[in-house]
Design a protein around this ligand. Structure first.
Ligand code: ADP
Ligand code: MG
Length: 231
């Protein structure tokens, strides 16, 4: 099953990442703060204390996850248009993900060719790839392989990210990129794909997804290749 995903109506609402993110982080922080205030004021039972503390932790965890899905690589800077060396960028993201992969008993295999470039904002590009690869890893709770490969075809750079995980139904695939769509309960934000798609679109790229339940998923990200002018 192969589908091209780009529902502009899904994306229109999230162009303003900055506004969305402050909202997403403020909510759980406000909730946590409320429980901190309760702990300060009341003389409450040990049971209640425990309950409030666990709710506070939940709120903080959830704010932290949102930050991970949006801002892992962010430094304060305006959007830049850089010539990104794909091999270099992907190696960096993979080294960042190795601890997570180890936790899930996932092997990351990478196949690159050097000197392939795309134009984009390095931090956003990294965040996009990170979110896609992290989902791949998380789709393999009993271990497996995440294969990352890069090809160039005509004027396109094709980055393929393949997992041997749980896969998705057609209905699940259709929901990808919808804000807050997550099958991971408290472990998910449902924001990772939305961020990834929005970055791909900003880079004039596209994404094709092939998935089979119980077998795994392939994300094929395609970007216009950046060619250095011949000297
Ligand atoms: P989150 O990871 O926080 O749940 P995402 O937006 O990153 O949110 O992903 C949304 C949902 O898409 C996931 O909860 C999962 O159900 C599904 N998904 C994304 N990538 C994969 C994948 N590689 N394999 C299986 N399901 C996936
Ligand atoms: Mg995710």
């Amino acid at each position: 099953m192969r589908q091209q995903l780009f529902k502009s109506e899904k994306l229109a609402a999230v162009e303003q990442m900055g506004a969305a993110i402050s909202h997403e982080i403020r909510n759980p922080l406000t909730v946590s703060k409320g429980f901190v205030q309760l702990l300060e004021k009341e003389s409450i039972s040990a049971d209640k204390q425990k309950e409030y503390l666990s709710l506070i932790k939940e709120g903080l965890d959830s704010a932290e996850k949102v930050i991970q899905d949006y801002l892992t690589f962010s430094k304060p800077s305006i959007d830049s248009m850089d010539e990104l060396n794909i091999q270099h960028e992907l190696n960096q993201i993979i080294s960042f993900l190795i601890p997570t992969a180890n936790q899930h008993s996932v092997l990351i295999s990478a196949e690159f060719i050097p000197s392939i470039y795309v134009l984009g904002d390095g931090q956003k590009f990294s965040q996009c790839l990170l979110n896609v690869m992290k989902n791949g890893i998380e789709s393999m709770p009993d271990g497996g392989t995440l294969s990352v490969s890069v090809k160039k075809k005509e004027n396109k750079v094709i980055i393929e990210i393949k997992d041997t995980g749980v896969g998705m139904t057609k209905e699940q695939m259709n929901k990808l990129g919808e804000p807050y769509y997550s099958t991971k309960g408290a472990n998910g934000t449902g924001l990772g794909m939305m961020v990834a798609f929005s970055v791909i679109r900003a880079m004039k790229g596209s994404v094709y997804i092939t998935s089979e339940l119980g077998k795994g998923t392939i994300f094929s990200l395609q970007f216009p290749a950046f060619e250095y002018a011949a000297k």
